[in-house]
Design a protein around this ligand. Structure first.
Ligand SMILES: C[S@@+](CC[C@H](N)C(=O)[O-])C[C@H]1O[C@@H](n2cnc3c(N)ncnc32)[C@H](O)[C@@H]1O
Length: 267
């Protein structure tokens, strides 16, 4: 588990980052993050009539897929911009601005809680896991997906390799589970929150894109690259393109990513 960053600094950094990414997220990272949803639906046993809470709902595409699976869904996100985008894209779904550390719901309200690419951004995962346990009905399931091992992330690797080649990067503030995939870390955190039967598995998902632009735009927003000098930006773009050639065929891209899936249940 990562230690050393002040949780309040992580929270502020994450909220700023996702506010900045909100307008374009549906056309950038959603291209990979939507890939995990069918497996999460299966793992949580979500179907017609399931009451589901999605935490860190971003621009709402995951909530929409859960609704299409028959669930009644509420999305929460602490980024006001993400909530605005989600609500205008999917007016039939309820999205609320809230920190997952303090969920605005009664105890035992949901059959399942879904967190897609969120857990590794949490400043205080132990607090969020306790909240998830509180709002789950007995027997309810918590399911999540996060990036797998950092060295198995092709698009992220192409971008980070380029950043390291052209720019001195300070270590970014990140939460305790950023880049963490070990069962020895997840299991105690979930158990301390009274969540049981921790199951973890790795699956490969592909980020398919018709050009490199969605990938570049996503990382540009996420890393606040526009704040860098124009020449540095141009160099990083060029090297990201070079690093991505291995994943290109006929102008289209297919970036393989190892994704860690987790599941735990409330007794
Ligand atoms: C990488 S995005 C994932 C969005 C979406 N779930 C998906 O699968 O693409 C992470 C989202 O989690 C939200 N988030 C991070 N920490 C949060 C917290 N403590 N409470 C609520 N939302 C949080 C961010 O604002 C952001 O929208």
């Amino acid at each position: 588990m990562n230690e050393g960053f002040d949780p309040d600094v992580v929270t502020a950094y994450e909220r700023d980052t996702w506010n900045r990414c909100a307008d374009d997220y549906a056309d950038t990272f959603a291209g990979i993050t939507g890939e995990t949803v069918p497996l999460l639906i299966e793992s949580a046993g979500i179907g017609a009539g399931s009451q589901v809470l999605e935490i860190g709902s971003g621009p709402g595409h995951v909530a929409d897929m859960l609704v299409q699976a028959g669930a009644s869904v509420t999305g929460v996100d602490f980024s006001a911009n993400m909530v605005d985008v989600a609500q205008s894209s999917f007016p039939g779904i309820i999205f609320q601005q809230a920190d997952a550390e303090e969920l605005p719901f009664e105890a035992e309200s949901f059959d399942a809680v879904v967190a897609n690419f969120v857990v590794h951004h949490l400043a205080r995962p132990e607090t969020v896991f306790r909240e998830i346990n509180r709002v789950l009905k007995p027997g309810g399931r918590f399911v999540f997906a996060v990036w797998g091992a950092p060295e198995e992330q092709s698009s992220i690797g192409a971008f980070f390799g380029a950043v390291m080649a052209h720019h001195d990067m300070d270590e970014l503030p990140h939460g305790p589970l950023f880049g963490v995939t070990e069962r020895s870390v997840y299991e105690p955190l979930l158990t301390q929150a009274d969540l049981q039967d921790c199951q973890l598995s790795i699956h490969e998902m592909i980020w398919k894109a018709d050009s490199l632009e969605p990938v570049l735009k996503g990382f540009w927003d996420w890393g606040d690259m526009a704040a860098l000098p124009a020449e540095t930006q141009a160099n990083i773009k060029e090297t990201t393109r070079d690093n991505s050639k291995a994943y290109e065929k006929d102008g289209r891209y297919a970036f393989p990513h190892a994704i860690l899936f987790g599941r735990a249940s409330k007794a």
